[in-house]
Design a binder for this molecule. Sequence first.
Ligand code: SAM
Length: 227
Amino acid sequence: MRLRNIPGSREAIAASPFVVHDEESMKGKWHEFFKNDNPIHIEIGMGKGIFIMECAERNPDINFIGIEKYSSVLLRALEKREEKSDLTNLTFIRMDAEYIENVFDRNEVDNIYLNFSDPWPKDRNAKRRLTSSRFLKRYTNIMKESGRVTFKTDNNDLFDFSIESAEESGWDILAMTRDLHNSEYNEGNIMTEYEKKFSGLGHKINMMIISYSRSKLNEKEAVNGKE
Ligand code: SAM
């Protein structure tokens, strides 16, 4: 999602109390920020933030951080966030997730949500996909070992790529369906903006939940001669 550039969006974001502006200085300090020890869940590429706002409303004992690359999109999320100003367990960051290790410390994040991530269909752009081995490696450097990545998409090619990428990177697939809305995993599912749009068009929604074991990854790296 990339909306037309909205003049003044950067300034509006800079003035918002619902956005963390000096995100790199927060590394290792997110629990201090939320003033509790509750788990931290992040959504990368939250778009207009519909999913994460509902997550925060339904789960007051979890801290949520929505990450979005584009100011014009984040601005739309902020319009809705302002209507829910009483939520104390939700904040936003405008950044490219490529730099996520500068913002979160080892073991700081419990769960990551990737919803309808950009597919980057050309092979030469595969490393930009949020489920590529490069990104999965970044996630292991910020997540607790018990943490999970939940990924939803209607894009079958991206889903197939993500299964391969997770397996090759040594992650375990804990749950998987190619038709979320007609599966056992649909109970409690919170629909994202794209999920509503594409399921409305008759597309089936793929979903997987993955986790990793640090010792297994170390073993794999040793075999590959990286350590
Ligand atoms: N998650 C929302 C949903 O399901 O309705 C939006 C999906 S939209 C296709 C993907 C979003 O991810 C866009 O808003 C895009 O700007 C954002 N995005 C893509 N790559 C990103 C990155 N590297 N870092 C942060 N945001 C990113």
